[in-house]
Ligand binder design. Structure first.
Ligand SMILES: Cc1ncc(COP(=O)(O)O)c(C=O)c1O
Length: 389
Protein backbone atom coordinates (compact mmCIF):
# COMPACT_ATOMS: atom_id res chain seq x y z
CA UNK A 1 0.00 0.00 0.00
CA UNK A 2 1.21 3.51 -0.75
CA UNK A 3 -0.03 5.98 1.85
CA UNK A 4 -0.99 9.51 0.78
CA UNK A 5 1.36 12.39 1.53
CA UNK A 6 -1.48 14.08 3.37
CA UNK A 7 -1.92 11.38 6.02
CA UNK A 8 1.82 11.02 6.48
CA UNK A 9 1.73 14.63 7.67
CA UNK A 10 -0.87 13.79 10.30
CA UNK A 11 1.24 11.82 12.74
CA UNK A 12 2.16 13.51 15.99
CA UNK A 13 5.55 12.20 17.01
CA UNK A 14 5.33 13.88 20.42
CA UNK A 15 2.12 12.11 21.50
CA UNK A 16 3.42 8.74 20.21
CA UNK A 17 6.65 9.19 22.18
CA UNK A 18 4.70 10.13 25.32
CA UNK A 19 2.61 6.94 25.00
CA UNK A 20 5.77 4.89 24.63
CA UNK A 21 7.34 6.35 27.79
CA UNK A 22 4.05 5.87 29.71
CA UNK A 23 4.12 2.16 28.87
CA UNK A 24 7.76 1.88 30.00
CA UNK A 25 7.05 3.62 33.30
CA UNK A 26 4.01 1.40 33.94
CA UNK A 27 6.09 -1.69 33.20
CA UNK A 28 8.49 -0.57 35.97
CA UNK A 29 5.59 -0.78 38.44
CA UNK A 30 5.11 2.98 38.84
CA UNK A 31 1.41 3.96 38.95
CA UNK A 32 0.53 6.74 36.54
CA UNK A 33 -1.40 9.89 37.44
CA UNK A 34 -2.58 10.94 34.03
CA UNK A 35 -3.00 14.69 33.64
CA UNK A 36 -2.45 14.34 29.90
CA UNK A 37 -5.55 13.85 27.77
CA UNK A 38 -8.44 16.26 28.47
CA UNK A 39 -11.19 13.67 28.85
CA UNK A 40 -13.66 14.56 31.65
CA UNK A 41 -13.45 12.16 34.61
CA UNK A 42 -16.73 13.30 36.21
CA UNK A 43 -20.04 11.49 35.53
CA UNK A 44 -22.92 12.88 33.45
CA UNK A 45 -26.03 14.23 35.14
CA UNK A 46 -28.46 11.35 35.95
CA UNK A 47 -31.31 13.01 34.01
CA UNK A 48 -29.14 13.01 30.86
CA UNK A 49 -28.26 9.36 31.36
CA UNK A 50 -31.98 8.55 31.85
CA UNK A 51 -32.96 10.41 28.67
CA UNK A 52 -30.41 8.32 26.80
CA UNK A 53 -31.69 5.08 28.37
CA UNK A 54 -35.32 5.94 27.61
CA UNK A 55 -34.51 6.78 24.00
CA UNK A 56 -32.59 3.52 23.65
CA UNK A 57 -35.76 1.63 24.67
CA UNK A 58 -37.74 3.32 21.90
CA UNK A 59 -37.51 1.10 18.80
CA UNK A 60 -38.30 4.06 16.54
CA UNK A 61 -34.85 5.46 17.27
CA UNK A 62 -32.89 2.82 15.38
CA UNK A 63 -33.26 4.09 11.80
CA UNK A 64 -30.81 6.36 10.01
CA UNK A 65 -31.04 9.82 11.55
CA UNK A 66 -30.83 12.99 9.40
CA UNK A 67 -27.25 14.09 8.82
CA UNK A 68 -28.25 17.67 9.78
CA UNK A 69 -29.53 16.59 13.20
CA UNK A 70 -33.14 16.31 14.41
CA UNK A 71 -35.32 19.41 14.14
CA UNK A 72 -35.97 19.18 17.90
CA UNK A 73 -32.26 19.30 18.75
CA UNK A 74 -31.59 22.14 16.28
CA UNK A 75 -34.44 24.13 17.86
CA UNK A 76 -33.02 23.39 21.29
CA UNK A 77 -29.59 24.65 20.21
CA UNK A 78 -31.13 27.87 18.83
CA UNK A 79 -33.05 28.32 22.12
CA UNK A 80 -29.86 27.69 24.14
CA UNK A 81 -27.95 30.30 22.12
CA UNK A 82 -30.74 32.83 22.63
CA UNK A 83 -30.86 32.45 26.40
CA UNK A 84 -27.08 32.05 26.90
CA UNK A 85 -25.72 34.65 24.45
CA UNK A 86 -28.77 36.62 23.30
CA UNK A 87 -28.00 35.50 19.72
CA UNK A 88 -30.81 34.57 17.31
CA UNK A 89 -30.29 31.56 15.06
CA UNK A 90 -32.52 29.98 12.45
CA UNK A 91 -32.60 26.25 13.36
CA UNK A 92 -33.15 25.34 9.71
CA UNK A 93 -30.26 27.20 8.08
CA UNK A 94 -27.89 28.32 10.83
CA UNK A 95 -27.54 25.25 13.04
CA UNK A 96 -25.90 21.91 12.26
CA UNK A 97 -25.56 18.92 14.61
CA UNK A 98 -22.14 17.21 14.63
CA UNK A 99 -20.60 13.97 15.86
CA UNK A 100 -18.65 16.01 18.38
CA UNK A 101 -17.22 19.38 17.37
CA UNK A 102 -14.16 17.45 16.16
CA UNK A 103 -16.29 16.13 13.27
CA UNK A 104 -17.01 19.65 12.04
CA UNK A 105 -13.55 21.05 12.72
CA UNK A 106 -12.02 18.18 10.76
CA UNK A 107 -14.44 18.26 7.82
CA UNK A 108 -15.37 21.92 7.24
CA UNK A 109 -11.92 22.69 5.73
CA UNK A 110 -12.77 20.27 2.88
CA UNK A 111 -15.60 22.62 1.93
CA UNK A 112 -13.58 25.83 2.16
CA UNK A 113 -10.00 25.04 1.18
CA UNK A 114 -8.68 23.74 -2.13
CA UNK A 115 -5.14 22.35 -2.36
CA UNK A 116 -2.73 25.26 -2.14
CA UNK A 117 -5.18 27.62 -0.38
CA UNK A 118 -4.09 29.14 2.93
CA UNK A 119 -5.57 28.59 6.40
CA UNK A 120 -4.65 30.77 9.40
CA UNK A 121 -4.16 28.43 12.34
CA UNK A 122 -3.17 29.27 15.93
CA UNK A 123 0.14 27.89 17.23
CA UNK A 124 -0.05 26.32 19.76
CA UNK A 125 -3.42 24.91 18.83
CA UNK A 126 -5.76 21.98 19.35
CA UNK A 127 -4.43 19.39 16.85
CA UNK A 128 -7.55 18.94 14.66
CA UNK A 129 -7.25 22.53 13.37
CA UNK A 130 -4.05 21.69 11.57
CA UNK A 131 -5.21 18.17 10.67
CA UNK A 132 -8.35 19.50 8.93
CA UNK A 133 -6.31 21.91 6.81
CA UNK A 134 -3.69 19.25 6.04
CA UNK A 135 -6.38 16.78 4.89
CA UNK A 136 -7.75 19.47 2.58
CA UNK A 137 -4.25 19.87 1.08
CA UNK A 138 -4.06 23.50 2.22
CA UNK A 139 -1.07 25.60 3.23
CA UNK A 140 -0.91 26.55 6.89
CA UNK A 141 0.06 30.00 8.09
CA UNK A 142 0.68 29.79 11.83
CA UNK A 143 -0.53 32.60 14.07
CA UNK A 144 1.69 32.52 17.18
CA UNK A 145 -0.10 32.79 20.54
CA UNK A 146 2.36 34.43 22.90
CA UNK A 147 2.16 35.48 26.52
CA UNK A 148 3.22 39.08 25.77
CA UNK A 149 0.08 39.36 23.61
CA UNK A 150 -2.22 37.67 26.16
CA UNK A 151 -2.13 34.59 23.91
CA UNK A 152 -4.19 36.35 21.23
CA UNK A 153 -2.99 36.28 17.61
CA UNK A 154 -1.53 39.58 16.41
CA UNK A 155 -3.69 40.24 13.35
CA UNK A 156 -1.48 43.13 12.30
CA UNK A 157 1.46 40.71 12.00
CA UNK A 158 -0.26 38.73 9.24
CA UNK A 159 1.37 39.90 5.98
CA UNK A 160 -1.08 41.41 3.47
CA UNK A 161 -0.22 38.86 0.77
CA UNK A 162 -1.01 36.03 3.23
CA UNK A 163 -4.29 37.67 4.32
CA UNK A 164 -5.25 38.11 0.67
CA UNK A 165 -4.72 34.39 -0.01
CA UNK A 166 -6.24 33.11 3.24
CA UNK A 167 -9.75 31.63 3.13
CA UNK A 168 -10.15 30.43 6.68
CA UNK A 169 -9.04 31.39 10.21
CA UNK A 170 -9.42 29.26 13.31
CA UNK A 171 -9.76 30.73 16.79
CA UNK A 172 -10.51 29.13 20.14
CA UNK A 173 -11.34 31.07 23.33
CA UNK A 174 -11.34 29.93 26.11
CA UNK A 175 -8.33 28.18 24.62
CA UNK A 176 -6.96 24.69 24.70
CA UNK A 177 -4.03 24.33 25.38
CA UNK A 178 -3.10 27.85 26.54
CA UNK A 179 -6.23 28.36 28.74
CA UNK A 180 -6.45 32.05 27.73
CA UNK A 181 -9.69 33.96 27.16
CA UNK A 182 -10.68 36.63 24.61
CA UNK A 183 -13.03 39.57 24.97
CA UNK A 184 -15.57 41.16 22.63
CA UNK A 185 -13.09 43.90 21.66
CA UNK A 186 -10.75 41.31 20.14
CA UNK A 187 -13.66 39.59 18.38
CA UNK A 188 -14.70 42.96 16.88
CA UNK A 189 -11.21 43.31 15.37
CA UNK A 190 -11.49 39.78 13.99
CA UNK A 191 -14.82 40.57 12.29
CA UNK A 192 -13.25 43.67 10.70
CA UNK A 193 -10.19 41.73 9.54
CA UNK A 194 -12.23 38.84 8.16
CA UNK A 195 -14.64 41.16 6.31
CA UNK A 196 -11.73 43.07 4.79
CA UNK A 197 -9.99 39.93 3.48
CA UNK A 198 -13.04 37.71 2.91
CA UNK A 199 -11.95 35.03 5.35
CA UNK A 200 -14.25 32.52 7.07
CA UNK A 201 -13.68 32.63 10.84
CA UNK A 202 -14.20 29.33 12.67
CA UNK A 203 -14.46 29.97 16.39
CA UNK A 204 -14.23 26.93 18.66
CA UNK A 205 -16.20 27.63 21.87
CA UNK A 206 -15.88 24.16 23.42
CA UNK A 207 -15.12 25.64 26.86
CA UNK A 208 -17.79 28.35 27.04
CA UNK A 209 -19.27 26.89 30.25
CA UNK A 210 -16.06 26.02 32.09
CA UNK A 211 -15.05 29.39 33.49
CA UNK A 212 -14.11 30.44 37.01
CA UNK A 213 -14.91 33.20 39.49
CA UNK A 214 -18.10 34.23 37.69
CA UNK A 215 -16.43 34.90 34.32
CA UNK A 216 -18.83 34.28 31.38
CA UNK A 217 -16.99 33.73 28.07
CA UNK A 218 -18.66 35.58 25.17
CA UNK A 219 -19.72 34.04 21.87
CA UNK A 220 -18.12 35.29 18.65
CA UNK A 221 -21.68 35.31 17.28
CA UNK A 222 -22.60 38.20 19.63
CA UNK A 223 -20.52 40.62 17.54
CA UNK A 224 -22.41 42.54 14.82
CA UNK A 225 -21.40 41.14 11.43
CA UNK A 226 -20.04 37.86 12.88
CA UNK A 227 -22.60 35.73 11.06
CA UNK A 228 -21.51 37.25 7.74
CA UNK A 229 -17.94 36.08 8.25
CA UNK A 230 -18.01 33.18 10.64
CA UNK A 231 -19.23 30.07 12.34
CA UNK A 232 -18.92 28.80 15.89
CA UNK A 233 -18.33 25.25 17.12
CA UNK A 234 -19.64 23.84 20.38
CA UNK A 235 -19.19 20.66 22.27
CA UNK A 236 -21.42 19.13 24.92
CA UNK A 237 -18.54 16.78 25.82
CA UNK A 238 -16.94 18.92 28.50
CA UNK A 239 -19.96 20.93 29.62
CA UNK A 240 -22.05 17.86 30.48
CA UNK A 241 -19.37 15.14 30.89
CA UNK A 242 -20.59 13.11 27.89
CA UNK A 243 -17.46 13.14 25.71
CA UNK A 244 -17.96 9.54 24.60
CA UNK A 245 -21.47 10.21 23.23
CA UNK A 246 -19.94 12.25 20.38
CA UNK A 247 -22.23 15.25 20.12
CA UNK A 248 -21.45 18.83 19.17
CA UNK A 249 -22.78 21.51 16.87
CA UNK A 250 -21.84 24.32 14.52
CA UNK A 251 -23.84 27.54 14.15
CA UNK A 252 -23.64 30.76 12.19
CA UNK A 253 -22.94 31.60 8.56
CA UNK A 254 -25.57 29.82 6.48
CA UNK A 255 -23.36 29.19 3.45
CA UNK A 256 -20.81 27.44 5.66
CA UNK A 257 -23.59 25.47 7.39
CA UNK A 258 -24.89 24.40 3.99
CA UNK A 259 -21.43 23.34 2.76
CA UNK A 260 -20.66 21.28 5.86
CA UNK A 261 -24.17 19.74 5.81
CA UNK A 262 -23.54 18.74 2.17
CA UNK A 263 -20.17 17.17 3.02
CA UNK A 264 -21.71 15.28 5.92
CA UNK A 265 -24.68 14.07 3.89
CA UNK A 266 -22.11 12.38 1.64
CA UNK A 267 -20.05 10.77 4.36
CA UNK A 268 -22.28 10.12 7.39
CA UNK A 269 -25.90 9.75 8.46
CA UNK A 270 -25.72 11.89 11.55
CA UNK A 271 -25.77 11.17 15.26
CA UNK A 272 -27.63 8.18 16.79
CA UNK A 273 -31.05 9.57 17.84
CA UNK A 274 -30.80 8.55 21.54
CA UNK A 275 -27.60 10.59 21.77
CA UNK A 276 -29.44 13.57 20.28
CA UNK A 277 -32.19 13.07 22.92
CA UNK A 278 -29.51 13.07 25.62
CA UNK A 279 -28.19 16.35 24.17
CA UNK A 280 -31.67 17.90 24.34
CA UNK A 281 -32.01 16.79 27.97
CA UNK A 282 -28.57 18.22 28.77
CA UNK A 283 -29.20 21.63 27.18
CA UNK A 284 -32.82 22.06 28.38
CA UNK A 285 -32.59 20.37 31.78
CA UNK A 286 -31.18 21.51 35.13
CA UNK A 287 -27.75 23.11 34.72
CA UNK A 288 -26.41 22.40 38.22
CA UNK A 289 -23.82 20.03 36.72
CA UNK A 290 -22.08 23.06 35.22
CA UNK A 291 -21.68 24.71 38.64
CA UNK A 292 -20.42 21.40 40.06
CA UNK A 293 -17.91 20.95 37.21
CA UNK A 294 -16.64 24.49 37.58
CA UNK A 295 -16.28 24.13 41.36
CA UNK A 296 -14.42 20.83 40.92
CA UNK A 297 -11.98 22.12 38.28
CA UNK A 298 -11.42 25.31 40.26
CA UNK A 299 -10.57 23.41 43.46
CA UNK A 300 -8.20 21.11 41.54
CA UNK A 301 -6.58 24.10 39.81
CA UNK A 302 -5.90 25.77 43.17
CA UNK A 303 -4.48 22.63 44.82
CA UNK A 304 -2.06 22.15 41.93
CA UNK A 305 -1.00 25.77 41.50
CA UNK A 306 -0.61 26.51 45.23
CA UNK A 307 1.09 23.18 45.91
CA UNK A 308 3.71 23.55 43.19
CA UNK A 309 4.35 27.23 43.94
CA UNK A 310 5.84 26.03 47.24
CA UNK A 311 8.72 24.38 45.38
CA UNK A 312 9.20 27.36 43.10
CA UNK A 313 7.13 26.29 40.09
CA UNK A 314 4.93 29.32 39.56
CA UNK A 315 2.01 29.18 37.11
CA UNK A 316 -0.61 31.61 35.85
CA UNK A 317 -4.11 30.86 37.16
CA UNK A 318 -6.44 30.22 34.20
CA UNK A 319 -9.83 31.99 34.12
CA UNK A 320 -11.40 29.14 32.19
CA UNK A 321 -11.02 25.60 30.72
CA UNK A 322 -9.90 22.40 32.42
CA UNK A 323 -6.21 23.07 31.68
CA UNK A 324 -3.20 24.81 33.14
CA UNK A 325 -0.63 26.11 30.66
CA UNK A 326 2.50 26.20 32.78
CA UNK A 327 5.82 27.76 31.86
CA UNK A 328 8.68 25.34 32.44
CA UNK A 329 10.62 25.84 35.65
CA UNK A 330 13.91 27.71 35.24
CA UNK A 331 16.74 25.61 33.85
CA UNK A 332 14.54 23.32 31.72
CA UNK A 333 14.76 24.37 28.07
CA UNK A 334 12.86 21.44 26.52
CA UNK A 335 9.21 20.66 27.30
CA UNK A 336 9.61 17.09 26.03
CA UNK A 337 12.65 16.40 28.22
CA UNK A 338 10.99 17.97 31.26
CA UNK A 339 7.78 15.95 30.83
CA UNK A 340 9.82 12.78 30.42
CA UNK A 341 11.85 13.45 33.56
CA UNK A 342 8.74 14.16 35.67
CA UNK A 343 7.00 11.07 34.27
CA UNK A 344 9.94 8.75 34.92
CA UNK A 345 10.53 10.06 38.46
CA UNK A 346 6.91 10.44 39.61
CA UNK A 347 4.46 8.75 37.22
CA UNK A 348 2.69 12.11 36.69
CA UNK A 349 1.74 12.60 33.03
CA UNK A 350 1.58 16.05 31.42
CA UNK A 351 1.74 17.03 27.75
CA UNK A 352 4.80 18.89 26.43
CA UNK A 353 3.72 22.23 24.98
CA UNK A 354 5.54 21.49 21.75
CA UNK A 355 2.95 18.75 21.01
CA UNK A 356 0.56 21.61 20.13
CA UNK A 357 2.97 23.46 17.83
CA UNK A 358 6.41 25.02 17.78
CA UNK A 359 5.26 28.03 19.80
CA UNK A 360 4.25 25.70 22.62
CA UNK A 361 7.90 25.03 23.47
CA UNK A 362 8.72 26.31 26.94
CA UNK A 363 5.37 25.16 28.36
CA UNK A 364 3.53 22.06 29.51
CA UNK A 365 -0.22 21.48 29.52
CA UNK A 366 -1.70 19.99 32.66
CA UNK A 367 -5.28 18.65 32.40
CA UNK A 368 -7.27 18.82 35.65
CA UNK A 369 -8.96 15.48 35.00
CA UNK A 370 -8.32 13.71 38.31
CA UNK A 371 -10.10 14.25 41.62
CA UNK A 372 -8.69 16.46 44.39
CA UNK A 373 -7.11 13.56 46.25
CA UNK A 374 -5.26 12.37 43.16
CA UNK A 375 -4.15 15.89 42.20
CA UNK A 376 -2.82 16.32 45.76
CA UNK A 377 -0.95 13.04 45.34
CA UNK A 378 0.54 14.29 42.03
CA UNK A 379 1.70 17.47 43.79
CA UNK A 380 3.19 15.44 46.64
CA UNK A 381 5.09 13.17 44.23
CA UNK A 382 6.52 16.14 42.30
CA UNK A 383 7.47 17.92 45.53
CA UNK A 384 9.27 14.81 46.77
CA UNK A 385 11.53 14.66 43.71
CA UNK A 386 11.97 18.27 42.58
CA UNK A 387 12.81 21.67 43.96
CA UNK A 388 12.89 24.59 41.52
CA UNK A 389 13.61 27.37 44.02
C1 LIG B 1 -10.64 23.12 21.99
C2 LIG B 1 -11.34 21.84 21.70
N1 LIG B 1 -12.15 21.79 20.64
C3 LIG B 1 -12.82 20.67 20.32
C4 LIG B 1 -12.68 19.52 21.05
C5 LIG B 1 -13.41 18.28 20.61
O1 LIG B 1 -14.58 18.12 21.31
P1 LIG B 1 -15.72 17.08 20.88
O2 LIG B 1 -15.76 16.05 21.94
O3 LIG B 1 -16.96 17.90 20.80
O4 LIG B 1 -15.35 16.54 19.53
C6 LIG B 1 -11.86 19.52 22.17
C7 LIG B 1 -11.65 18.30 22.96
O5 LIG B 1 -10.75 18.16 23.74
C8 LIG B 1 -11.16 20.71 22.50
O6 LIG B 1 -10.33 20.78 23.54
Amino acid sequence: MKESKRTKNLKSAVFAELDRIKEEVKAQGISLIDLGIGSPDRPPNPHVQHALQEAIDNLENYGYPSSKGSRELRETIAWWYQQRFNVNLDPETEVLVLMGSQDGLGHLPLGILDPGDTALIPDPGYPVYKAGAVLAGAEIFSMPLRKENNFLPDLSAIPEDVAAKAKMMILNYPNNPVAAVAGREFFRKVVEFASRWDILVCHDLAYSELAFEGYRPPSFMEIPGAKDVGVEFHSVSKTYNIAGCRLGFMVGNREAVEVLARIKSNIDYGVFLPVQQAGIAALRGPQDIIRQNVAAYEARRDILINGLAEIGWVMDKPKATMFIWAELPKGYPSSEKFVEEVLRKTGVVMVPGVAFGREGEGYVRIALVQDEKTISEAVRRIRDKFNFV
